[in-house]
Design a binder for this molecule. Sequence first.
Ligand SMILES: *Cc1c(COP(=O)(O)O)cnc(C)c1O
Length: 360
Amino acid sequence: MKQVYNFSPGPAVLPHSVLQQAQAEMLDWQGSGVSVMEMSHRGKAFMSIAEKAEADLRKLLNIPNNYKVLFLQGGAHAQFAMIPLNLLQGKQQADYMETGDWSVRAIEEARRYGHVNVVASSISSNFTTIPERSTWQVNPNAAYFHYVDNETIRGVEFDAIPEVGDVTLVADMSSNILSRPIDVARFGVIYAGAQKNIGPAGLTIAIVREDLLGKADPKTPNILNYQIYADNDSMYNTPPTYAWYIAGLVFEWLLAQGGLEAMAVLNERKAEKLYAAIDQSDFYANPVDKQYRSWMNVPFTLRDPQWDAVFLKQAEEAGLVTLKGHRQVGGMRASIYNAMPEAGVDALISFMQQFEQAHG
Ligand SMILES: *Cc1c(COP(=O)(O)O)cnc(C)c1O
């Protein structure tokens, strides 16, 4: 079997042992005689999988009892609509931070439902930083404050939870959820598409404070209404059962690694050594403000972009795959999510050093 290190931004690498367990259980889940894919979502077997996944996620993130954990579909894009539909609650105005491409998408969608106040934007820096807190124009009457905790495309991550007073805080954590501990109680809603740091594409998780439920715009489709999911244990209609099961295996794996404190130590170390390798060379560069460099997505450029294609080809031959940068940015991007072993980052760094020696 070909073994590679997969730096894909998403769908992304999964823990090897999780895939092996899924393989072993593929045809016969724990003596049931059927695959998880073939089970009724309302049957006893799947219900036990679903409940265990939620319990393990609650343990990992230390989710308080007054929050619902919802297992949804539609990716982060569905959340871009669900947030205003469920949270505007008659106020008609919401605050949005603009710190990258996903912020822009979220803002565009929210404008269909109400007035968006762009609190601050880093677009003039080409989205390489987070605007200074003193420049933010927070609206105390906003229904909520939305931000993207980690901008996956340009690799910009908040280094702390934004201070926004009493306004309900909403975070897109699609690409950094479970990478470190977070204080869930500071948030109204946290959401994440699964395909970066949780599991397969097709599952989306939202963690919603209970007092925010039940006040959706009356025109909200049932399938986009948080309350409907909360009332039906995320089984109002057929959920993405297999993705839910794999996510559950990932949660078990994370607990076995020592939970999110242990992941944070490892993720910081992985990121720091890759940024150090970039900064120590004048062949490679990363434009992001050091304070806000992402632990999960590390974009970098070569001094001379004429080498980009050669770099990517030789990296692939060395078993380092999916390093091409986003088409908006060019260059390279190494996504180093929880499931990327430290040995993969080490292998990338030594490949980069060899490539620089040959072409620098
Ligand atoms: C990938 C990503 C999205 C888009 O996710 P979909 O599941 O494709 O809708 C949105 N926000 C962030 C931060 C992402 O990383």
